[in-house]
Write a protein that binds this ligand. Structure first.
Ligand code: ADP
Ligand code: ASP
Ligand code: MG
Length: 813
């Protein structure tokens, strides 16, 4: 004997039922087969809505009843040959009329009891099972319909009745002992109480029906046919990369289903486990897929973690108070209070101080729980020994399940490490003494992210996914996107990393695409975006709440720079090309560094100094390895270097500055470069990274620019520079006559920083510096006489983009 159960989606319409029928035909050639079916997918909800509307006096229930009737009629017509239709059609019609009578009664009385709810929903399974029998009979199969209510006895706890196993087992065994039909079809979900009133076994209860019957007849196998290819490593709706688990123990399956793996209704395992009947979860829509075999054999396949699941809508009840310490009986009274209210406890934790007990329950029971517990402890609350029960809402539980966890160390470390890196706050933790399950309570908003983080950590050997947001897709930003596109395959192969760009913006538009921006087509996609709004952009990063999120700021925008703190607080890593944050008052720079540490996020800004050159990285490597920075000499402005390398009197100074701007080396306002302000920022950032608490005011700037050039607009600036050509020519001539070159040098020396134009003689390290190159000389405890030199192109979109890119990869790792 074998039992097959088909769920709601498997029997949702005629097309699906044909698939079910094919499976039954095939399977029943092997041996006697019992088939348990759910209602047509969505029907139970629809019937409950009818009841609810009718009880509220809303006539809308009639339309819904018509929809229900029409669905069943259509299904019959599509499945059963016309000449055999009349019997089943009139049966469906009769049942629908009964259902309508019941609803009319509810409408009149404005009353819907749990018992009546059970009556209403029972029609779902009754109808679907009759229709399937009609179809099978039309194919000349030896098939019998049997009312499961006649075989399963429960108490009268309507909507979630408890099975009387001794009575049910007897009835089931007796019936099938006598029955000789090849196929017997029964409605799932429904039963009778002692007075033959219809009860139900709880939502999803058809699974349970099939297990009860399988156990009572000692079936060889129970197959649960559904719409996924087995029990999966996580809910496939939340984790697209979830995989089917080939084999799993009863205990693991039970644990996963109790913690939200909806694919089997939790009580289902118990009866079959007792009899060691193997359960197979199969996919009606892909019958050739292996599916999942649930059995007592615990072959671990080398896997410690079998699956991850979650339960939403949890509240945490905390009972706290100094009066609880050392006094026995507090927890007993707490749990008794809950038990009396029939409130199921999902998770328990107690601090070793015994100062508090924390219990996780279903949100819908929270006010009943509060009342019950506060009244149980009313005396202690009055005398101040215990605080009134506190309730925290909006929570979920995620659970890591695996029989083999107990033999391995480091699993919880890995779990909480991964959650911590992604800013998922853990509210409570419980680990059963069986060590088959580690559960944590987290915010409901973090569930999707947390499950994906854990799935990546424990199941995905393929790659880690980075979610990247980029503001500023102009010159540098567009190069960055091109580089990411070009390196995709390399990153995946060598670093096991996939960068998904999920949001981009320029100053006008922004767009978010969850599947990832098309890196060949992003301009069009951005065009179709909405108007850029910085606050909204940052808010969207928060609300998407994606794992491994990195925000790359390729703008020079002040407001964006001042949003980094909120991002870091959500564990979003920051890669800044924008210098504003690091050159803001020291307090903000320090705050960002501290937040990054506190929230396990990365904050990288290599391109703030020397574009793509490894200046800040080198400085940090020196410090980390125990060296100390004593002095820095540097030419840090690609613009100024370009200007002084090209200015020899043949063109005016203003024209050379214009060339630098045209080449894209300058800041959008070239005066930031010419005034030395940009260089001041850079040397300040280096000094800060070297451990100095420096502000812009602390830096001496010996500017060579006539003050009048620095007023008005950029156009005024160019016009004014022309007027001062003799000043610039004089500077050049003086240096040239002495055989020297002009360099705008930044220095840091034991706590002091300065910038200014200097004449550099030929033997000096800074003399041979061409084009837009930058150079940084580090004098340290280890590099005393000869400095450590970092030199190369210090400006340009391509190299700057590559520096940002390298930071993104570093942040992702
Ligand atoms: P049926 O109608 O066949 O009883 P259900 O809808 O009750 O099917 O259960 C199947 C659904 O359970 C799947 O479509 C899937 O979305 C969901 N599910 C949640 N967690 C898991 C998991 N760990 N493995 C498989 N499916 C899961
Ligand atoms: N039809 C019932 C429900 O939707 C039982 C089941 O499908 O298992 O809950
Ligand atoms: Mg189900």
């Amino acid at each position: 004997m074998q039992v097959l159960k088909f769920g709601g989606s498997s029997v949702a319409n005629a097309e699906n039922i044909e698939k079910v029928v094919t499976i039954i035909q095939q399977k029943s050639t092997e041996e006697k087969t019992i088939v348990v079916v759910s209602a047509l997918g969505g029907m139970t909800d629809l019937l409950l809505e009818c009841g609810a509307l009718a009880s509220m006096g809303d006539e809308g229930y009639k339309d819904k009843l018509h929809v229900a009737e029409a669905r069943h009629m259509e299904t019959v017509k599509a499945l059963v040959p016309v000449i055999q239709q009349s019997r089943i059609l009139s049966h469906v019609k009769t049942q629908c009329n009964e259902l309508e009578d019941i609803c009319n009664g509810i409408f009149l009385l404005k009353e819907l009891s749990a018992a009546t709810k059970d009556r209403i929903v029972s029609y779902g399974e009754l109808l679907s099972s009759h229709i399937i029998v009609a179809r099978l009979a039309s194919l000349n199969l030896d098939v019998e319909w049997k009312d499961a209510r006649e075989l399963i006895r429960t108490n009268n706890n309507h909507t979630n009745a408890t099975v009387n196993f001794s009575a049910s087992n007897e009835l089931i065994a007796a019936y099938f002992k006598e029955s000789n039909h090849i196929v017997t079809v029964l409605p799932g979900f429904i039963a009778f109480d002692e007075n033959r009133k219809t009860t139900t076994l709880g939502r999803g209860g058809s699974d349970y029906t099939s297990a009860i019957i399988a156990a009572a007849v000692d079936a060889k196998m129970l197959e649960i046919w559904t719409d996924v290819s087995g029990m999966m490593t996580a809910d496939p709706r939340l984790v697209p990369t979830a995989k089917a688990i080939p084999r799993i123990s009863y205990q693991e399956a039970m644990e996963l289903s109790h913690f939200g793996a909806k694919v089997i209704y939790p009580p289902t395992i118990q009866p079959v486990m007792k009899k060691e009947i193997p359960v197979c979860i199969k996919n009606t829509f892909a019958p050739a897929d292996e599916g999942t075999l649930i059995e007592s054999n615990r072959s671990s396949n080398g896997k410690n973690i079998r699956g991850i699941s979650s339960v939403n809508e949890i509240v945490l009840l905390s009972l706290e108070g100094s009066g609880m310490v050392g006094i026995p009986g507090f927890s007993k009274r707490l749990f008794e209070a809950l038990a009396q209210e029939k409130i199921n406890v999902i998770l328990i934790t107690q601090g070793s101080s015994e100062h508090s007990i924390c219990v996780g329950i279903d949100q819908q029971n929270s006010s009943r729980a509060k009342q019950a517990i506060d009244s149980t402890f009313s005396h202690e609350i009055e005398t101040g020994k215990v605080e009134p029960l506190s309730i925290e809402t909006g929570l979920s539980i995620i659970a890591l399940v695996g029989d083999n966890m107990k033999n391995h160390t480091g699993i919880s470390g890995k779990m909480f490490g991964a959650l911590g890196r992604n800013g998922v706050n853990v509210r409570a933790i419980a680990q059963g003494s069986s060590e088959r399950n580690i559960s944590t309570v987290i915010s409901r908003n973090d569930v999707k992210k947390a499950i994906n983080v854990l799935h990546e950590e424990f199941f995905e050997t393929s790659y880690k996914q980075l979610h990247l947001f980029v503001t500023g897709v102009g010159n540098v930003g567009s190069k960055l996107l091109a580089q990411i596109y070009q390196q995709q395959a390399y990153l995946q192969e060598h670093l096991r990393m996939q960068i998904k760009v999920v949001g981009i913006a320029n100053s006008k538009k922004m767009v978010f695409i969850d599947e990832g921006v098309d890196l060949l087509n992003w301009k069009e996609q951005l065009q179709q975006g909405v108007q850029m709004n910085i606050r909204e952009f940052i808010e969207t990063i928060h609300s998407k709440n994606l794992r491994n999120s990195v925000f790359a700021d390729v703008t020079a925008n002040d407001e964006i720079a001042h949003s980094y703190d909120t991002l870091l607080q959500r564990s979003v890593s920051i890669v800044a090309c924008n210098k504003i944050a690091c050159s803001a008052p020291y307090e903000y720079y320090r705050k960002l560094k501290d937040l990054a540490k506190e929230y396990n996020a990365q904050f990288f800004f290599e391109t703030n100094v020397g574009a793509g050159l490894p200046v800040i990285g080198t400085l940090n490597d020196l410090l980390r390895s125990g060296d100390q920075i004593n002095r820095i000499e540097a030419v840090l402005s690609g613009t100024l270097n370009y200007v002084f390398n090209n200015y020899d009197g043949s063109k005016t100074f203003a024209e050379v500055v214009q060339d630098a701007q045209d080449e894209g080396y300058t800041e959008p306002d070239p005066r930031l470069d010419l005034s030395g302000t940009d260089v001041m920022r850079k040397i300040m950032i280096l000094a800060r990274e070297a451990g100095e608490q420096l502000e812009m005011e602390d830096i001496t700037n010996k500017s060579f620019m006539p003050p009048s050039c620095m007023q008005g607009s950029v156009a005024d600036f160019y016009a004014e520079m022309k007027k001062h050509e003799t000043h610039f020519a004089g500077l050049y001539q003086e240096a040239n006559n002495a055989g020297n070159k002009l360099k705008f040098v930044a220095s840091y020396n034991n706590g002091k920083a300065s910038v200014g134009l200097q004449q550099i003689p030929p033997q000096h390290d800074l003399y041979h510096l061409y084009g837009k190159d930058n150079v940084v000389l580090f004098y340290t405890n280890r590099y005393v006489e000869q400095p450590l030199v970092v030199k190369g192109a210090g400006a340009g979109a391509e190299v700057t983009a590559s520096g940002v890119f390298a930071d993104i990869i570093r942040a992702g790792r």
